[in-house]
Write a protein that binds this ligand. Structure first.
Ligand code: C2O
Ligand code: CU
Length: 492
């Protein structure tokens, strides 16, 4: 063959190869675009966790079985606590003098603190004044019936301007929770669309009980937006501070000037909490930690580590004292003392799931880049964990992605069994928002006792909007709601 001919063949082969690569990438791009309207039960791979495939499983047939719309809280009865929350845009004034154009409930961010008592029938009526993209309320950490869960396109439609929606549930769990919109949540929560919920014991507790929501506006962390810097607390007073991380990234608190105890994590009291001092408290995005101490005669500083964002508790009402640099980080795995749990690592599980988070090149909704993947698939090619009512379920969450992922399961609390093979030996540690650090692997367990279709996602809401989201679905439950541009529902 002549040199010219060889050259021409090489050129043709190269062009054909290039066309094949372009065609493959083009198909990947095309296939990755999310449809204008879809049912969340119609995507992904249904994973049965090694258990039987339920015979009544609605599967990809979205119309079958029990509808989430039938899984409401108590429809009858006069509420013991009733609130009206109106979503609207408003300027809010921060303690440092800044004015932020925020997205609010009732004109403030955080929205009103909802304090109710355990056992109360709670009714919250949501109104949308002027939010064009719509709004919902999700009760983060409160294991409400599915239709009260506030996820646009899964448990309801987004509430549009001029519309209202009533949530009703029984406040059964004691503790610190929060609420936020679950419509375009990555953008809306960031701009302030959230508030705190506290479920108190029925009998009045002595002392000071205060909730502090940390939230970063324009790069600067705030506590309750304008909580001020000092509170007068007489020496000898028991103090409970409920720390709520409403940011999309981990926040670390310091408590200076007193030994303290960690009383609760994610709305669940710890057993046998002991005094600790100079220990920093990292809190997962979306997570809550309650601390308690008895007010000494000196001031106590509760601060976002290394910042001026702090509150002083002081018998004379003076400003926050200086921060004492912490010498270690709080670790729930070994804190407190053991107590009986309804199941443990030795239990027989009906289903065991793996949730492995990685990062890989690919397309997400038509955009190329390094994407989050769950069990190797990029959203919507992610698993749906299918369970049956009553199942005891184990999930191994492994983070091989290089980023921190605060994994939040709706509608359930999980019991942490181990981390990196090291069993949990302190107090029973129940979580709804588990901070999974790069390289870590947690084994957690829960009882499937709240039928519905439940989101299970990263509470770095930016990550969730980039596809780090999936569902746990009860066999036989379907949803009539749709996600996408057409129905106007965008939970992330
Ligand atoms: Cu606090 Cu699905 O969210
Ligand atoms: Cu994440």
């Amino acid at each position: 063959m002549s040199k010219g001919l060889i050259g021409r063949i090489v050129a043709i082969v190269a062009v054909v190869l290039l066309l094949v690569v372009v065609a493959v990438l083009g198909k990947m791009w095309w296939d990755s675009r999310l449809p204008d309207t879809y049912n969340v039960m119609s995507y992904g791979t249904h994973d049965y966790g090694g258990g039987p495939e339920p015979f009544d499983h609605a599967g990809h047939d979205a119309g079958a079985g029990t509808s989430v719309a039938d899984l409401h809280g108590p429809s009858r009865g006069t509420p013991d606590a009733r609130f009206e929350l109106t979503a609207r845009s408003a300027d809010i004034h921060l303690s440092d003098g800044r004015v932020v154009h925020a997205l609010t409930f009732n004109g403030t961010s955080p929205g009103p603190e909802l304090r109710v008592r355990q056992g109360d029938l709670v009714e919250v009526v949501l109104h949308n004044a002027d939010i064009d993209e719509g709004v919902t309320i999700h009760w983060h950490g409160i294991d409400v019936p599915n239709a009260e869960d506030g996820v646009a396109g899964v448990t309801q439609n987004a509430v549009l301007p001029g519309e209202s929606y009533a949530y009703r549930f029984r406040a059964e769990q004691l503790g610190t929770f929060w609420y936020h919109t679950h419509q375009v949540s990555s953008k809306e929560v960031k701009r302030g669309r959230f508030g705190v919920v506290v479920i108190e014991p029925r009998e009045q507790q002595p002392g000071v009980d205060t909730a502090l929501a940390v939230h970063t506006f324009d790069g600067i962390p705030t506590l309750n937006a304008d909580a001020g810097s000092g509170r007068r607390v007489p020496a000898g007073t028991p103090v409970r501070v409920r720390l709520v991380n409403t940011d999309s990234f981990e926040q670390t608190f310091t408590i200076s000037g007193t030994p303290y105890r960690v009383l609760a994590i994610d709305g669940t009291d710890l057993h046998g909490p002991g005094d600790i001092e100079n220990v920093a408290l990292p809190i997962a995005a979306g997570g809550r930690i309650d601390v308690g101490y008895v007010q000494p005669s000196n001031g106590v500083r509760v601060a976002v580590e290394g910042t001026d964002t702090a509150i002083g508790f002081d018998p004379s009402g003076g400003p926050a004292p200086v921060e004492v640099p912490p010498t270690s980080d709080f670790d729930p795995l070994t804190y407190g003392t053991p107590a009986p749990t309804p199941f443990d690592a030795r239990s027989t599980f009906d289903r065991r799931f793996e949730m492995t988070i990685t990062r890989k090149p690919g397309f997400f909704d038509g955009s190329p880049g390094l994407q989050w993947a769950i069990n190797g698939g990029i959203y919507p090619d992610v698993p749906v964990f299918v369970v049956e009512d009553g199942d005891l379920v184990e999930v191994t969450i492994t983070n091989d992605s290089g980023g921190i992922h605060p994994m939040h399961l709706h509608g359930h609390h999980v019991l942490v069994l181990s981390r990196d093979g090291q069993p949990s030996t302190g107090s029973p540690w129940w979580s709804d928002t588990l901070n999974v650090q790069p390289g870590e692997s947690y084994v957690v367990a829960f009882r499937a006792d709240n039928p519905g279709i439940w989101m299970d996602h990263c509470h770095n809401l930016t990550h969730a909007s980039q596809g780090l989201t999936m569902h746990i679905a009860y066999a036989g439950v379907s949803t009539p709601y749709l996600v996408g541009d057409e129905p106007g529902n965008a939970p992330e």
